[in-house]
Design a protein around this ligand. Structure first.
Ligand code: ADP
Ligand code: ZN
Length: 731
C-alpha cells in the first residue's frame, strides 16, 4: 500500500511540476500533509517550501488555503502554479488589490470547485464576507507561509498573523495546518506551534547551513574609509551581482552614486521610490543591466536572483534573523556567495536608540536581538557555528574550515578548562538567574549595587577572576553557550542557565580551548584612508615622454592629452586597466578610453619589468559635493543662458562659475559656450587664442598672456577660450 502511494506521489511530482526527484524532505512533508496531519516545515530559503503545500493541494480534493503576508508575492505564486496547469482557475488570490469585479470572478471559480489553491492575506481572512465564502467550500488544508510572522520574537511580526487560528476556527473545525518558515529560532518555533494550536505536529527541520556562503565581519571605522573599502571590494568583484544593505534611504542613494562615479553599474532601491521606479530597478538587476543594488531591507523579498555573488552590510542589521535572511540571498545557485558585514558599536547604539519609542515588550525583544548581533560580531568562533547555534542547530566545535573569517584567520587559542569550570560553578551558585554581563562583573569582583544587595560580594568565588580581563570571561561564557554547557533563556531576560552537558562538564571537566573575542573598540583607523603612496619619478619621466609622443602624433598639446596632476597620480597609483585609469585625478571614463590605452600598456610593462607592488587601494573617487550646481550649470549652458545670469542664479561670482565650468570640462563633459564667447571676441581673436593653445606646452593663463599680445586680451578671454579648446579637444 505504502509503495503504491509513493509511486503516485512521485508520478504527481512529475506530472504537475515536471521534476523527477524530491528535494530534501519534501516527499515526507507531502505525505504528512496528504495524511491530514499538522505539519511544521522549517527550511531555508530556496529549499523548495512552496512545493510542500502546492503538490498536496493539487493532488487532493477541495481547495487549500495559503496564508501569505506579502500581497506582492501572491500574484507571482499564483502565476507560477497556473504555469503548471492548462486551467487558470486552478489558483487564485484574494486580497485588497482586487477590485469588486475581479473578486466576483474568483468567487465563481471557487464555487465551481476548480480552484485547488487560494492565496489569502491574513487581513482578508478577518473579513466576514471571506469567512462566509470559505465556509461554503470544501477545504483540504491550510498552509501558513512565513509562519515566523506569528511570533513577536521573529523578525517580521504581524498582528493579524496571531489571529489566524481563531479565524480558521470560525470557518471550519479541525482543518489540518501546514506552517512553513525559513527562519525560526527555537523560541519562535515554540510560539508558532502554540499559537496555531498545532496538534502533535510532524516537524521537518532542514539544516540551515549554507555551506557555499562565506561569512566575514569587518570593523567599521569611519564612514569614508568604509565606503572606500566597499568600493574597492566591488571593483575587485567587477561584473558580479551584489547587494549592499544600508540602514537608511539616504545612504543607499549616496553609496549608489559613489559606486557609479567609480565605474560600477549601481542603483539604489528603497521604499521611498514609487512602484514604477522600484520595479524598474528590480528588473535592471535581474536583467543584469545593473550589477549592484544598494538597498534598505525593502529590497529582497521575492527577489529570486540565483547568482547574487555578494551581500554586503554597510550597516549591521538589527537581528541575526535579518542577517541570515539577507545574507541568504547570496549564492542561491549553490555557487560562490560572500557575505561581508561592517560592524561598529556606534551603529548598535544607534539601533538601540530607535527602540526607545517602542513598547516595553518590543524594546526588550529588540535589545536582546541586538545583544545577539553584537555577540556574533565579537565572537572569534566559527561564524557558521554561531549562526546555526542561534537557530537551534549544532555544528560541532571544529569550525567550517575555510568558509568564514574566523576559521580562515583563527585567533590564538588557549586552554581554559579550569576557568570554564569556575564559570559554571558561579552560574550554579548564583541560582542560574543572572545575565552574562553580571556574571562577568561578579568574576571581576565589581561591587555593583546588585552584588552588594544580594551579598554576592561575601561569596568565596566573588572576584576570583580578577587576574583576567572582562573580555576573557565574556569569551568563555559565550563559548560555553556555543558548546551547549550553558544556555540563555531569552524569554526570561536572557539569564544564563546550566544544561545537562554543563553539569556533566562540572563532574568531569575536559579540554576547553577558547579564543578571545574580537575587541572592536581597540581597532583604530589606519592613519589615512587615502594612503600616502610614493611618486615614482622614473615612471613619471616615461609617462611624460609618452605624452609628448602622443601629443606629436595627434597634433595636440600635451596638457590636452593628460594634465600633469594626472601623470603624477598615475606614477603613484600604477593604474593598469581602463577602470583604474578612470579613477586617476582628472581622468574621466571617456578620457581613459580615448587616451588611456598606451599609458596603461606602458605602466603594465613597467610594473612587470620592475616587480612593482601596486598600492592595492586605488583612491575612491568621491562624489563631487556640488553635483547639483554642476547639473544646473550644464543645463543652463545648454539653454544658452548668459554666464553672469547663471552665476547669479547659483549665488556665485563669475570666477567661481568659471572654475566650476573648468572642472566640468576637465572631467569629461563637453560644454559649448560659443554663444557667450562670440559676444566678447570676434572670429579672428578667437582663432588666435585657439591657435596658441594648439601649439602651447602648458595650459597656463599667464604663459598665454605673455605669449599673446596682452594688450588685446584679459584673463577671462583666455580662460573662456581655454574652456572651449579643452572641451573640443580633451574629451
Ligand atoms: P523557498 O520557498 O523554500 O525559498 P521555493 O519553493 O521558491 O523555495 O523553491 C526554490 C526553487 O527550487 C524553485 O525554483 C523551485 O522550482 C525549485 N524546486 C523545488 N522543488 C524542487 C524539486 N523537487 N526539484 C527541482 N527543483 C525544485
Ligand atoms: Zn567557520
Amino acid at each position: 500500500m505504502e509503495t503504491s502511494q509513493y509511486k503516485s506521489i512521485d508520478a504527481s511530482l512529475q506530472e504537475y511540476f515536471g521534476f523527477s526527484k524530491f528535494k530534501g524532505e519534501q516527499k515526507k512533508i507531502v505525505e504528512s500533509v496528504l495524511g491530514g496531519r499538522d505539519t511544521f516545515v522549517i527550511m531555508p530559503t530556496g529549499g523548495g517550501k512552496s512545493l510542500c503545500y502546492q503538490l498536496p493541494a493539487l493532488m487532493m480534493g477541495g481547495t487549500a488555503i495559503v496564508i501569505s503576508p506579502l500581497i506582492a508575492l501572491m500574484k507571482n505564486q499564483v502565476d507560477l502554479v497556473r504555469g503548471y496547469s492548462s486551467n487558470d482557475s486552478i489558483a487564485h488570490f484574494l486580497n485588497s488589490s482586487l477590485n469588486r469585479k475581479q473578486t466576483k470572478l474568483v468567487e465563481e471559480d471557487l464555487r465551481s470547485g476548480n480552484t485547488k489553491l487560494l492565496y489569502v492575506a491574513p487581513e482578508t481572512l478577518t473579513k466576514e464576507s471571506t469567512q462566509d465564502l470559505l465556509r461554503e467550500l470544501d477545504l483540504s488544508f491550510v498552509a501558513v507561509d512565513e509562519a515566523h510572522c506569528i511570533s513577536e520574537w521573529g523578525h517580521d511580526f504581524r498582528k493579524d498573523y496571531r489571529n489566524i487560528k481563531k479565524m480558521l476556527q470560525e470557518i471550519k473545525d479541525d482543518i489540518p495546518v501546514i506552517a512553513l518558515t525559513a527562519t525560526a529560532t527555537p523560541k519562535v518555533r515554540q510560539d508558532i506551534i502554540r499559537n496555531l494550536k498545532m496538534e502533535d505536529p510532524d516537524v521537518y527541520l532542514s539544516s540551515f547551513n549554507r555551506s557555499n556562503l562565506y561569512y566575514e565581519i569587518r570593523p567599521k571605522l569611519d564612514r569614508d574609509a568604509t565606503i572606500s573599502n566597499i568600493v574597492q571590494y566591488i571593483q575587485e568583484n567587477k561584473g558580479k551581482s551584489g547587494i549592499v544593505y544600508c540602514l537608511n534611504r539616504k545612504s543607499t542613494e549616496e553609496l549608489a552614486e559613489t559606486l557609479r562615479v567609480n565605474g560600477v553599474k549601481a542603483a539604489a532601491y528603497h521604499a521611498g521610490f514609487d512602484a514604477n521606479t522600484r520595479s524598474r530597478v528590480q528588473d535592471d538587476f535581474l536583467m543584469e543591466r545593473v550589477d549592484v543594488i544598494t538597498a534598505t531591507i525593502a529590497f529582497g523579498m521575492g527577489i529570486d536572483k540565483p547568482d547574487v555573488r555578494f551581500v554586503i552590510h554597510f550597516d549591521i542589521p538589527k537581528s541575526l534573523e535579518n542577517y541570515y535572511q539577507e545574507t541568504g540571498r547570496a549564492g542561491r545557485d549553490g555557487l560562490e556567495g560572500n557575505c561581508v558585514a561592517y560592524f561598529s558599536q556606534a551603529d548598535i547604539n544607534k539601533l538601540d536608540k530607535f527602540l526607545r519609542d517602542k513598547s516595553v515588550k518590543e524594546r526588550e525583544i529588540g535589545s536582546q536581538h541586538l545583544t545577539e548581533v553584537v555577540g556574533y560580531a565579537e565572537s572569534a568562533s566559527c561564524r557558521r557555528q554561531y549562526l546555526l547555534h542561534y537557530f537551534g542547530e549544532e555544528f560541532g566545535n571544529d569550525g567550517c574550515g575555510k568558509s568564514c573569517d574566523n576559521c580562515c584567520n583563527p585567533r590564538e587559542s588557549m586552554e581554559a578548562k579550569d576557568d570554564a569550570a569556575l564559570v559554571l560553578k558561579v552560574v550554579t551558585e548564583l541560582g542560574e538567574s543572572f545575565r552574562r554581563k553580571y556574571l562577568v562583573d561578579y568574576l571581576m569582583g565589581k561591587k555593583t549595587q546588585d552584588a552588594v544587595g544580594f551579598r554576592h560580594d561575601q561569596k568565596a568565588t566573588f572576584g576570583q577572576g580578577k587576574e583576567q580581563t572582562p573580555l576573557y570571561w565574556s569569551s568563555i561564557i559565550q563559548q560555553a553557550m556555543l558548546r551547549g554547557l550553558l544556555e540563555k533563556d531569552i524569554e526570561d531576560y536572557g539569564i544564563i542557565r546550566m544544561t545537562q552537558r554543563g553539569n556533566d562538564f562540572m563532574d568531569a571537566p575536559h579540554a576547553f580551548p577558547i579564543s578571545l573575542n574580537h575587541d572592536y573598540s581597540k581597532i583604530v583607523a589606519p592613519p589615512s584612508a587615502a594612503k600616502e603612496a610614493a611618486l615614482d619619478d622614473v615612471l613619471l619621466g616615461m609617462l611624460k615622454d609618452l605624452r609628448k609622443q602622443v601629443s606629436g602624433q595627434k597634433n595636440l598639446p600635451p596638457f590636452v592629452i593628460f594634465q600633469d596632476a594626472s601623470l603624477n597620480d598615475m606614477a603613484t597609483q600604477y593604474p593598469i586597466s581602463t577602470d583604474e585609469m578612470a579613477n586617476i585625478v582628472g581622468v574621466s571614463q571617456g578620457k581613459a578610453r580615448k587616451f588611456g590605452r598606451k599609458f596603461i600598456e606602458l605602466i603594465q610593462q613597467y610594473v612587470e619589468d620592475n616587480d612593482i607592488e601596486r598600492p592595492n587601494e586605488i583612491i575612491t573617487k568621491q562624489v563631487a559635493k556640488k553635483s547639483k550646481s554642476k547639473v544646473s550649470i550644464i543645463q543652463n549652458i545648454d539653454k544658452k543662458v548668459p554666464l553672469p545670469s547663471i552665476a547669479d542664479s547659483l549665488g556665485m561670482d563669475l570666477n567661481a562659475l568659471f572654475a566650476e565650468i573648468e572642472t566640468i570640462v576637465a572631467s569629461g563633459t563637453k560644454l559649448n559656450i560659443d554663444y557667450f564667447i562670440n559676444d566678447y571676441l570676434d572670429e579672428d581673436q578667437q582663432e588666435e587664442i585657439y591657435e596658441y593653445f594648439l601649439e602651447a606646452e602648458t595650459d597656463s593663463i599667464e604663459e598665454a598672456l605673455k605669449e599673446l599680445d596682452d594688450e588685446d586680451y584679459n584673463d577671462d578671454d583666455i580662460r573662456l577660450m581655454r574652456v572651449k579648446f579643452m572641451s573640443e579637444n580633451a574629451n
